[in-house]
Design a binder for this molecule. Structure first.
Ligand SMILES: [Zn+2]
Length: 188
């Protein structure tokens, strides 16, 4: 009698046929094909960190001035922007409570939240980001992203309504159709 090893033997009494391992067919596998999906996507989706925000702010022409104590001649500062220390890092904050997201990270933030929250609509996506972050074009960026998201467009609710009753057929010949209504069982 043939001996089975534990893995292929049984799960709840059923015989399991072991799956063919694709790695056995080495001639068909090209490592580039395995990772092709990541390579194809335009931008990688990942959450932004405080350090990343701070470092991009320092490179941002509109934000780098806030890292300097003295006002630089000819630059106008937003009165709601100021430097805050979050997680031991200096970052530009809006109204002391929101991280100011520099231009270079705005689409990454939208992409990440949209992905992480499983494709919410414009309102929920905007409100979620706006609880902790700020940039001026947030609303329009969110709108544009949701509108251009393939998944969102395909799963949009259809306006069309279903379930209309068919029109009545007038019976003109006796006994042409017989209708029977059934209810059961009767208990006495
Ligand atoms: Zn989406």
């Amino acid at each position: 009698m043939q001996k089975h090893n534990n893995v292929e033997k049984t799960v709840y009494g059923h015989h399991i046929v072991p799956m063919e391992n694709p790695w056995d067919k080495k001639e068909h596998i090209d490592i580039n094909h395995v990772f092709a999906k990541i390579e194809d996507s335009k931008e990688e989706i990942y959450p932004v960190t405080i350090n990343e925000i701070a470092s991009e702010q320092k490179d941002d022409n509109n934000l780098k001035a806030y890292f300097k104590k003295e006002k630089v001649e000819g630059t106008s500062r937003n009165k709601y922007f100021s430097l805050k220390v979050i997680d031991e890092t200096n970052v530009v904050a809006y109204k002391d409570t929101h991280l100011v997201i520099p231009k270079t990270l705005q689409s990454k933030v939208v992409q990440w939240y949209h992905h992480y929250l499983f494709h919410p609509g414009q309102t929920r996506l905007e409100e979620t980001i706006a609880t902790t972050m700020y940039w001026r074009s947030l609303r329009s960026d969110v709108q544009r992203h949701v509108k251009s998201c393939d998944t969102c467009q395909r799963s949009k609710k259809h306006k069309r309504q279903y379930g209309k009753l068919p029109s009545k057929i007038a019976i003109t010949v006796p006994w042409q159709y017989v209708c029977v209504g059934l209810i059961a069982p009767y208990t006495l």
